[in-house]
Write a protein that binds this ligand. Structure first.
Ligand SMILES: Nc1ncnc2c1ncn2[C@@H]1O[C@H](COP(=O)(O)OP(=O)(O)OP(=O)(O)O)[C@@H](O)[C@H]1O
Ligand SMILES: [Mg+2]
Length: 509
């Protein structure tokens, strides 16, 4: 295998080389979900060996390095094959269905490695072998912590061999599930603390404990320190903190939040106690809360901006009604419409989770709005072809302005009967029951956005010159497209059809 080959997944390896069924795979995946704990408690690398279909040997299906000690494997072994006879301990664990501990250290690149092999049993059948590889250069005179870790690791490996670990029952998929290094406790069958790692002790000190943990009933202690409203119900609390259920839970005081996870230990079948991991998640939870409030604040601001813009629009509309001069009035009405466009974007943002806008929704709303307020009214249909998708809010605001102006022009100059007599090849204002069709075509290309607004109206006036046009609408569009986006605007007749096409092409990050 070269370094360039992607590492195959456990499922792929099982499918191509073994006879294991889907439930076996599910069992191995469940084991894999928790075996970081065993690697850490053992200070050892774990490799999951899968039996070859033709019984020629074993395939390395998965691998886990310890975070508590040096690795015994510099290179990845997943996907490699070991034939029968080369690693007698693998063969022995498989054939004799027992833990194999005896044997001299193996030397790998000048590193002495102690190997133990553990049969993985599911419903009485052995389905794989786990090899535990300890880099002996990392082994110091064991302290109480190390002895406790190793003892617990031994209990868990025993359970693997008996088929009582992993536990298919209740396991939550907390991404923030505690690790051994976060805080480790060992409780006896009664739920009394037999050993607590220094980190576990610190966690309980933060919770309000003043003395030592050893000898205390963990469930009782926790009940004393944690107010009832911040802890799980009685049943769950005693199940987890008493170490009787394979479960986790979260508790908190006003200062501290923690996750507690229990793995009951039954190495010989009888419950002898549990491994309990605790993790202080105060900072994580605080950050979660801050994110929630920040999001809510941003949404509220957009909501207010929208309301303010609508107030401005209403004032302008009021003003427009009082003015006698027709040009002045229509200018104010235009302003009302432009302000309304920006309000729509803020309204969408006030409902959005992030500073991202689903622009298809905005575009469709603008299309309806423009058609509704136009003189051609319900005889103009606006249709969208293609998706804008999600856009950052700055882009969305500018693009909404551009789209509104182009739609407005199409409705106003393409079909409005009051827009003057028809010239040129187009057939002019829609008459009778005819309907005008405006199509917004969108293409999102890599790093670019292309949009065309086509109408089938009367077409551009003779001698139309975009560069010479000084009217406000297209000037706004041009400024936004060219200066704001660094893109291009083209306005001309629809190729091989009637009406006008306004096209923009803008780069997007
Ligand atoms: N879809 C179209 N069909 C026909 N003529 C159009 C179309 N779009 C633009 N035009 C022509 O281009 C001119 C310039 O458009 P522009 O949007 O800049 O100004 P306007 O629409 O006249 O005024 P406003 O500033 O209110 O938008 C229009 O007056 C019209 O003659
Ligand atoms: Mg216009």
């Amino acid at each position: 295998m070269t370094n360039l080959t992607p590492v195959p997944s456990l499922t792929e390896l099982v499918r191509s080389h073994t006879d294991l069924d889907d439930e076996d795979v599910a069992w191995l995946q469940l084991l894999q979900a928790d075996w970081q704990i065993i690697a850490d408690l053992s200070f050892a690398d774990l490799v999951l060996w899968l039996p070859d279909r033709e019984e020629r040997g074993f395939w390395a299906g998965a691998q886990m390095r310890p975070t508590t000690g040096p690795t015994a494997y510099v290179d990845d072994v997943v996907g490699t094959f070991v034939p029968v006879g080369r690693r007698p301990m693998l063969d022995a664990a498989w054939a004799q269905r027992r833990l194999v501990r005896e044997g001299d250290p193996e030397w790998r690149d000048d590193v002495p490695v102690r190997v133990e092999t553990i049969p993985v049993r599911r419903h009485g059948r052995v389905i794989a072998v786990v090899a535990r590889n300890t880099n002996l250069l990392g082994v110091r005179t064991p302290s109480r912590l190390e002895l406790s870790y190793l003892q617990t690791a031994a209990d868990l490996t025993q359970m693997i061999a008996y088929g009582s670990f992993p536990n298919p029952g209740q396991r939550s998929d907390h991404a923030d599930s505690p690790r051994v290094g976060d805080g480790f406790l060992r409780v006896d069958a009664a739920g009394r603390v037999a050993y607590a790692s220094p980190n576990a002790l610190s966690v309980y000190r933060r919770l309000g404990l003043s003395g030592d943990l050893a000898g205390l009933l963990l469930a009782d202690l926790t009940r004393e320190l944690v107010p009832p409203r911040r802890r799980p119900d009685e049943e769950r609390l005693s199940a987890v903190l008493g170490g009787r259920a394979h479960l986790d839970t979260e508790l908190a005081t006003d200062q501290v939040a923690l996750i507690v996870r229990a793995i009951p230990l039954r190495p010989e079948g009888d419950h002898i106690g549990a491994l309990i991991l605790v993790r202080d998640v105060t900072d994580l939870r605080r950050r979660d809360r801050e994110l929630v409030t920040k999001d809510a604040t941003i949404r509220e601001i957009h909501h207010r901006v929208k309301n303010n813009l609508q107030t401005v629009a209403a004032l302008l509309r009021l003003q427009a009604r009082r003015i006698d001069s027709e040009p002045a009035r229509s200018a104010l009405e235009e302003a009302v419409r432009r302000v309304g466009t920006i309000a729509i974007v803020h309204e969408t943002l006030s409902e959005a989770v992030e500073e991202q806008v689903d622009f298809d929704e905005v575009a469709d709303r603008l299309g309806r709005m423009v058609a509704e307020v136009s003189a051609a009214g319900d005889r103009v249909r606006v249709r969208r072809d293609g998706r804008f998708g999600v856009l950052p809010s700055e882009v969305a605001t500018a693009l909404a302005m551009v789209l509104t102006e182009l739609l407005q022009n199409a409705v106003q100059h393409g079909y409005d009967p009051s827009a003057g007599p028809v010239e040129g090849p187009g057939e002019g204002p829609i008459e009778g029951s005819a309907t005008g069709h405006i199509v917004v075509t969108v293409r999102r290309l890599v790093g670019r956005l292309h949009m065309a607004v086509d109408d089938d109206g009367r077409g551009l006036p003779a001698g139309f010159d975009l560069d010479g046009s000084t009217n406000l609408g297209l000037s706004i569009v041009r400024t936004l497209v060219e200066s704001e986006f660094g893109g291009q605007l083209v306005v001309g007749p629809v190729p091989a059809g009637r009406g006008t096409r306004a096209e923009i092409d803008v780069p997007l990050e």
